[in-house]
Design a protein around this ligand. Structure first.
Ligand code: GLV
Ligand code: MN
Ligand code: MN
Length: 422
């Protein structure tokens, strides 16, 4: 890391990202799913870093790691800085942890400057944003706002372990997760720094960008049931092959989404029940993840695909079951808070480049209860959810300094800022 000033934040941030990346369920890859032993180890590490930065730190009833520095009123409302500590399978090292460790580094720097806080500041490492294990998402941040649907506890992972059972096995009380919910007004505002996970900043030649809104998303678990049979003896005509039906559905998703700007649909998992090389697939489950910047656009596509899936199932003699496992409206960032983040960007000498987020973030869950704003850091090639995910130390430094500059302003002038002379 050459040419970094003495007080640069990136060296420590990068070292901590490396430390977290070493905690994984798989050797040579990064996989840390919700309520896994790896997650517990990562949480313990982050807890220590928060304490080292002068915060009181705890793990809440659903597994979120929360560090806090009190303001003038103990227990009073807090400015929250957050992102997530869980990962997809074979993940990169930046998606999620970057926002948590940068938040800790910025709060530590702010405290070193000896500022007096007009409100509390919290840094949160959310426990489940990716939804990798239970095919849902945002369990950590939804529990924190009190919006977690009770039936999430009945969701199962690939080994048929429910969220309830997994909580219990990880040492949490499933009956007590309501305690993670913060009272109304507890969050003054929410800031999240995250890698872009797309190519816009790289194309613009900029290290940081200001997020305008987070795309809404709907996730489905779809099951097609036909009839299993002998691959050698059952004639092709009249087969009720559930996997061939699923293939038709997957291509229908691609055909529906491809021509429409902004709309993206992905079938990321598929399971053939009792699959074997010489058996006609009788039952197949697959996931669908559908996103668009506009909720109306997503709803229309979802309704269209429901009709298409039914037609495919009917034509092939299959029964169709669809379960919505996640549904989040698009979350606009708060104009006033964006303006404060924009001041931080300008203060660090960068132009304010605005861009939407196609990826989901914990801020989506916070948006109904508090103003949110997000800062993106350029990532190489726009690659994410992949081991090649990369943000340079220089770009991380730029992001951290923007966040720190924004925090200084928020602390000095209050959340809404000084009235500007006209
Ligand atoms: C989270 O990374 C998501 O957008 O799926
Ligand atoms: Mn993320
Ligand atoms: Mn992710």
């Amino acid at each position: 890391m050459k040419d970094m000033p003495q007080d640069a934040l990136a060296p420590r941030i990068v070292a901590r990202l490396d430390a977290l990346a070493a905690i994984s369920a798989e050797a040579g890859a990064i996989t840390r799913v919700y309520l896994s032993p790896e997650q517990a180890r990562a949480s313990a590490l982050v807890l220590g870093w928060m304490r080292e930065a002068g915060m009181s730190a705890r793990i809440d009833a659903v597994g979120n790691v929360i560090g806090r520095i009190e303001g003038p009123v103990p227990g009073g409302p807090a400015l929250m800085i957050g992102s997530h500590l869980d990962t997809v399978r074979d993940a990169g090292r930046f998606d999620g942890p970057l926002g948590v460790v940068t938040g800790i580094a910025c709060v530590a720097a702010l405290m070193r400057e000896g500022v007096t806080l007009p409100f509390a500041i919290e840094v949160v490492g959310f426990a489940d944003e990716e939804g990798t294990r239970f095919a849902t998402t945002l369990i950590g941040s939804q529990a924190l706002t009190g919006a977690l649907a009770p039936d999430v506890l009945d969701r199962t992972d690939a080994d048929e372990i429910t969220v309830r059972e997994a909580l219990h096995a990880a040492g949490f009380d499933p009956a007590a997760i309501g305690r993670a919910a913060r009272p109304a007004g507890a969050i003054l505002a929410y800031l999240e720094l995250h890698i872009e996970q797309g190519p816009a900043l790289e194309r613009a030649g900029l290290p940081v960008g200001l997020v305008t809104a987070i795309s809404g998303a709907t996730r489905l678990a779809v099951t097609l049931t036909g009839e299993a049979g002998h691959a050698g003896t059952v004639a092709m005509a009249g087969r009720r092959d559930a996997l061939a039906g699923a293939a038709a559905c997957i291509l229908a998703v691609e055909a529906r989404c491809t021509p429409e700007p902004g709309l993206v649909g992905t079938v990321g998992t598929i399971q053939v029940a009792s699959g074997a090389v010489n058996v006609i697939p009788g039952r197949v489950g697959f996931s669908l993840d559908l996103r668009a910047p506009e909720d109306r656009q997503r709803r229309i596509a979802l309704a269209d695909l429901a009709v298409t899936f039914s037609e495919i199932a009917e034509a092939r003699g299959l029964t169709l079951e669809r379960v919505v496992t996640h549904d989040a409206a698009s979350a606009p960032c708060d104009p006033a808070l964006m303006a404060r983040l924009a001041e931080g960007i300008v203060a660090e000498g960068y132009p304010v480049f605005r861009l939407p987020s196609g990826a989901g973030h914990d801020g989506m869950a916070i948006a109904p209860v508090a103003p949110i704003a997000m800062l993106f850091v350029r990532c190489r090639g726009g690659v994410s959810h992949h081991p090649d995910e990369f943000a340079s130390a220089a770009d991380i430094e730029a992001g951290a300094q923007v966040l720190l500059a924004t925090l200084r302003r928020l602390v000095a002038d209050g959340l809404s800022g000084r009235p500007h002379a006209t």
